[in-house]
Design a binder for this molecule. Structure first.
Ligand code: G6P
Length: 491
């Protein structure tokens, strides 16, 4: 039934459609109001957009996603040389599909149950409904044989729905967040449906090898598929495999950043001057420490503040000599756990500043804002030590941006071993954020590191990022997606 419905749209042959389509929860644009009150669209900041926009601009592609205003239906439009196909979401979808199933069920479940996931059938029903809407919008605009690349945990049912409607498509899926082990994943009442939804893709990409193997272990345990190497093979029915039962391959493709663009911005005289100004405004401390996160419980902000507070209390770090700048950008503000976290973080910052501030200097400069990329690069340049202390993180592009911005090899990165980035930035100081003493030693080690040692480490990490940037990430994924399955892999 569903397949028929979708096919009806797809067979409308008025126009050939797009050859390459990205499908993501959000379109890569934000609506902005100019001084004259005129509304326009501006490219949004953030990992996913930074990652895919260059590829979209090079190919004649389209991006299917929500445009950000609940209840509003918009016609397709173009921005910054990308065709945008808006999918409407109303208030109820936001509450049930986005805040509910995506961000209060899947997000905590996939991040090591740092907070308990909630399971509600009404959320699941709406998640199915919205995924179907995204699949229909895509099936309608895809050219025959097009490549479709579906992004992230909000849309895990789209690959199967699309395949049923359009068996001619080449379908990829990339999961930007971790994929849990079978023990944790098994809690999900709809685990089989989610796995089958994903398996509709020809290639499912993950940040880490560990995520890909978790996925394959879940496939083996909770679906009828046979897992052979990196392949999840459907059971052969009496009539042979139906068109909608494809072989799915799981692979690790760690995402990266536009390394050259970051380095170029770091050389921009205006941005360099702004970095100097930031340090000056902080009272020219000897050391600036920096944390930049969405205000999310996965980021380990409280653990970081605890370690820093203890270093101040122990007299290892002195206010005036050092300052911690913590940018915590607003995120998912209607979700209760995020509201609680904001209160907890703000209480901790208030306590620590009350305890340690002087008339002249502050211990922590806390900024609950989002900033444009240019200001972020200035902040990275102004900082000596970057603290990334996530309890679990799919990748963490902030860590990569900090390293790429320090083209003079100054600075040092303290990085949680529970980030995807830890697999690649192996010259950083790796820490376990649950181990407060270990984190304190890591921060002190970064503070006291011999500059030739830190320069060597930064140089090696920058070289890695030059060789593995976002263009090489998408190129590798799409090359793999284009590649037919080796027949002998099935024997
Ligand atoms: C993570 C997810 C993205 C998401 C982003 C911001 O990076 O992997 O899919 O877009 O967080 O979260 P938001 O809920 O604001 O889209």
């Amino acid at each position: 039934m569903e397949a028929e419905l979708l096919n009806e749209h797809a067979s409308g042959n008025e126009k050939p459609g797009y050859d390459f389509i990205v499908v993501a929860n959000r379109l890569p644009v934000d609506r902005v109001e100019g001084d004259d009150g005129e509304l326009s669209w501006r490219r949004s900041p953030g990992g996913l957009v930074t990652a895919i926009a260059p590829v979209m601009q090079e190919s004649d592609g389209a991006w299917v996603g929500w445009h950000g205003s609940p209840g509003e239906e918009l016609e397709p439009f173009e921005n910054d040389r990308i065709s945008l196909i808006p999918v409407p979401l109303d208030e109820e979808d936001l509450e049930l599909y986005y805040e509910g199933f995506s961000n209060s069920t899947l997000w905590p479940l996939y991040h090591d149950v740092i907070v308990p996931p909630e399971f509600h059938r009404t959320w699941w029903d709406n998640y199915k409904k919205v995924n179907k809407r995204f699949a229909e919008a895509t099936a309608k605009v895809a050219a025959h044989g097009a490549t479709v690349w579906v992004q992230d945990y909000q849309l895990q049912l789209v690959p199967k729905l699309l395949r049923e409607a359009r068996p001619d498509l080449r379908i990829g899926f990339f999961n930007h967040i971790p994929f849990p082990s079978p023990g944790i994943f098994s809690q999900l009442p709809w685990r089989k449906q989610i796995l089958e939804g994903l398996a509709g893709a020809d290639v499912v990409g993950f940040q880490r090898t560990a995520d890909a193997s978790n996925f394959l272990r879940c496939m083996r345990r909770y679906t009828d598929r046979t897992v052979k190497g990196s392949l999840a093979i459907p059971p052969v029915s009496s009539e042979g495999n139906s068109a909608s039962l494809n072989i799915c391959r799981a692979e690790a493709h760690p995402i990266s950043i536009d390394t050259r663009q970051v380095a170029e911005m770091a050389h921009d005289p205006e941005i360099m001057a702004r970095a100097k100004q930031i340090r000056h405004e902080l009272g020219d401390p000897k050391t600036v420490l920096l944390g930049v996160d969405r205000l999310d419980y996965t980021k380990g902000i409280r653990h970081r503040l605890k370690a820093y507070g203890e270093l101040l209390a122990d007299g290892e770090i002195h206010v005036g000599d050092a300052c911690l700048v913590q940018v915590a950008s607003p995120s998912r503000e209607n979700v209760e756990r995020y509201q609680q976290l904001k209160d907890q973080v703000e209480l901790m910052v208030g306590n620590l500043n009350g305890e340690h501030d002087t008339m002249e200097h502050t211990a922590i400069r806390y900024l609950h804002h989002s900033y444009p990329m240019r200001e972020m690069i200035a902040l990275y340049l102004a900082a000596d030590i970057m603290l990334v202390t996530s309890l679990r993180d799919g990748m963490n592009l902030v860590a990569k941006e900090f390293v790429a911005a320090h083209t003079d090899d100054t600075g040092m990165l303290v990085l949680s071993e529970f980030t995807g980035a830890a697999d690649q930035l192996t010259q950083s100081l790796l820490v376990n954020p649950h181990d407060i003493d270990g984190m304190k030693s890591g921060i002190l080690r970064a503070l006291r590191m011999d500059p030739t040692d830190s320069a060597r480490r930064m140089r090696r990490m920058r070289r890695h990022l030059r060789e593995h940037d976002v263009a090489s990430w998408s190129k590798a994924f799409l090359a793999s997606l284009a590649q037919p399955l080796p027949i002998d892999s099935l024997v």
